[in-house]
Design a binder for this molecule. Structure first.
Ligand SMILES: NC(=O)c1ccc[n+]([C@@H]2O[C@H](COP(=O)([O-])OP(=O)(O)OC[C@H]3O[C@@H](n4cnc5c(N)ncnc54)[C@H](OP(=O)(O)O)[C@@H]3O)[C@@H](O)[C@H]2O)c1
Length: 390
């Protein structure tokens, strides 16, 4: 189908969108036709001026105006959206992309949004050929591709167990705080959407896939593991359901690897306090109101950032220890790189034949790992063992 653009970035006037626009300006190959979309023409023009790229198009679109989003979706082959919180703003664009057969990437870490988009738009996207790929940032690319990379080091056709341990240093942006508070406050509708999705989606025939678990069986680091109740394990489980390579019985667990018992207790207590606070209406409003849209960690703060996700994989008598690593801030600098590369990958690469709501591993797998490895998120094997008991 003839389209004016290869890709459009929706949300470039925000903090993470601005970093993603800078990444694309520096790394999109010559000849790629791309545009910035947003609701404020003057702000969009200012971003384009900052990039010094007159060849980049500008499109007016508002997340609350379905017709404007339809025009964006019909003008391009891929849309990347950094307009969140996604539960509040995201659905009309997903609907427009699914209807237009346009591939889509975003940065959501909100499980409710992903499940509701599956329930409402997966069938349409499957029919039109659109790949709807959520969570193309710090959530959930390191985990999804880290697990995929680890699985590929192990024998085929046997039960596999992967456990992932995250260490990271970074600070949040305003958009992240707003989305986090919304996601924690949204627990009940999120559970309902998840139950409905499980009922509709069913299980992978003849295979067993489990994600979660209170404690790991392996301990590759001197650290205190705390289970991560984020979107990541659900995304990894969906990749396992989509790809036979994860074997007949796949089990995944993901943990923060914290340096001390005190730090572990602090994280658990902090998460509990946030969950309790956002149940109270005044606090739910007050906590995020101190964070202004467009703000986030400074360049100096981002320079201190890094992330390491170590995965142990066991199966068929073999064991492997892998690492996904970035020496840059995880939430924003690394996120802009991985969102930019995932979007370029969908726009330009020869990919497996998938459609509908799909994960990064199922939609882009090896091609995206190659791209990220060259761009600064590295994937490597640290150790292998044989004669390991499953
Ligand atoms: N999971 C991850 O790894 C990860 C990492 C980073 C960010 N994120 C997520 O990404 C999202 C953005 O974060 P951020 O810090 O970049 O937020 P931000 O700075 O507040 O940016 C929000 C963007 O949304 C736009 N927007 C808001 N309402 C709109 C509307 N009605 N129509 C069109 N555009 C609208 C804003 O445009 P204006 O400039 O016109 O206001 C701005 O461009 C958040 O949901 C955050 O959680 C996730």
């Amino acid at each position: 189908m003839a389209r004016s653009y290869d890709l459009v970035l929706f949300g470039a006037t925000g903090f993470t969108g601005g970093l993603t626009a800078e990444y694309l300006a520096a790394h999109a190959p010559a000849g790629v036709r791309w545009a910035l979309a947003g609701r404020d023409a003057a702000k969009l023009a200012a971003v384009r001026d900052r990039l010094g790229r007159n060849d980049v198009g500008l499109l007016r679109a508002d997340a609350t105006d379905a017709a404007s989003l339809r025009e964006v979706a019909e003008a391009t082959r891929v849309v990347a959206s950094t307009v969140g919180p996604y539960v509040r703003y995201g659905e009309p664009l997903v609907a427009a992309c699914a209807a237009a057969g346009t591939h889509y990437t975003d940065l959501t870490g909100e499980p409710r949004f992903v499940d509701e988009m599956y329930l409402r738009h997966h069938d349409t996207a499957t029919r039109t050929g659109a790949r709807i790929v959520h969570a193309c940032g710090f959530d959930s690319i390191p985990a999804d591709l880290g697990a995929y990379f680890t699985v590929k080091q192990l024998p085929e056709g046997v039960p596999l167990r992967v456990e992932a341990f995250l260490r990271a240093n970074g600070r949040p942006s305003a958009g992240t705080v707003h989305s986090l508070v919304g996601a924690v406050a949204d627990a009940a509708p999120a559970r309902r959407a998840h139950r409905e999705r499980r009922r509709r989606e069913g299980t992978a025939p003849g295979r067993r896939i489990r994600a979660g678990g209170p404690l790991p069986r392996t301990h590759p680091l001197r650290a205190w593991p705390v289970p991560m109740p984020t979107l990541d394990p659900q995304i990894v489980a969906r990749s396992a359901a989509a790809l036979d390579r994860y074997g007949p019985d796949f089990r995944y667990g993901q943990y923060f690897a914290l340096p001390s018992l005190l730090a572990a207790a602090g994280v658990v207590a902090g998460a509990g306090a946030l969950a309790a606070a956002v149940q109270l209406e005044p606090l739910r409003e007050r906590i995020p109101s101190r964070w202004t849209s467009g703000s986030g960690p400074s360049e100096e703060q981002r320079e201190q950032g890094w992330l390491s996700l170590r995965c142990t994989g066991v199966g068929g008598g073999q064991g492997v220890l892998t690492e996904v690593y970035s020496d840059r801030d995880p939430g924003y600098t690394t996120t802009a790189i991985v969102l930019g590369e995932a979007t370029l990958c969908l726009a330009l690469d020869d990919l497996p034949d998938t459609a509908g709501q799909v994960t990064t591993a199922a939609a882009m797998g090896d091609r995206l790992i190659d791209r990220l490895d060259s761009a600064g998120l590295t994937f490597r094997v640290l150790a292998r063992r044989t004669g390991v008991r499953d």
